[in-house]
Design a binder for this molecule. Structure first.
Ligand SMILES: Cc1cc2nc3c(=O)[nH]c(=O)nc-3n(C[C@H](O)[C@H](O)[C@H](O)COP(=O)(O)O)c2cc1C
Length: 156
């Protein structure tokens, strides 16, 4: 299978915050000259990850640690498809949540775990972002662009 060099940004969002951040990330990466594809998890499936070298995933958490409704199928398919080989993939997960909830950022944590379990390499440690997201998001995009520029994988 041909591996696509474009950067795949996926978002899992209930009320649009993760979607906004994904589109902001897309804009910033496009400005830097990258070819980027930004998709709602609803519009794709985990097998599509086989076609990409880089995946950036921005996900919020809902109702007791669940994924947003529109991302549920993607999330469950990724959990259930134990044979999906993502050993070619480098990824970074930015989780959005609220630490007032017991299952803080559970969806982001699980996406990060599942991508790693399927063989992917982390470009950056997962961010578990709380309600004040501006500064952590700006820092994460800075860290991300640095990793992309020098093509590093920390494999943390
Ligand atoms: C009804 C409700 C349930 C939520 N449940 C959780 C949760 O279990 N864990 C968590 O970390 N955040 C939880 N949150 C916080 C959201 O994840 C947070 O507001 C996020 O920024 C929403 O992003 P979105 O608009 O992309 O969905 C919840 C928020 C609401 C309104």
């Amino acid at each position: 299978m041909r591996i696509n060099d474009s950067i795949l940004i996926l978002y899992a969002s209930q009320t649009g915050t993760a979607e906004d951040l994904a589109k902001d990330t897309e804009e910033q990466l496009v400005e830097l000259g990258y070819i980027v594809r930004c998709l709602d998890c609803y519009d794709t499936n985990p097998t599509f990850l086989r076609e990409h070298k880089t995946c950036i995933l921005i996900a919020s958490t809902w109702a007791d640690g669940d994924p947003p409704d529109d991302a549920e199928t993607f999330y469950n398919d990724l959990e259930n498809n134990k044979n999906l080989d993502l050993s070619h993939l480098r990824f970074a997960v930015f989780g959005l949540g609220d630490s007032a909830y017991e299952q803080f950022n559970e969806c982001g944590k699980n996406f990060d775990r599942m991508l790693k379990e399927r063989g992917g390499s982390r470009m950056l440690p997962r961010v578990d972002c709380d309600v004040d997201m501006d500064a952590p998001f700006d820092q994460w995009v800075k860290d991300l662009t640095k990793c992309l520029a020098i093509d590093i994988v920390d494999n943390c």
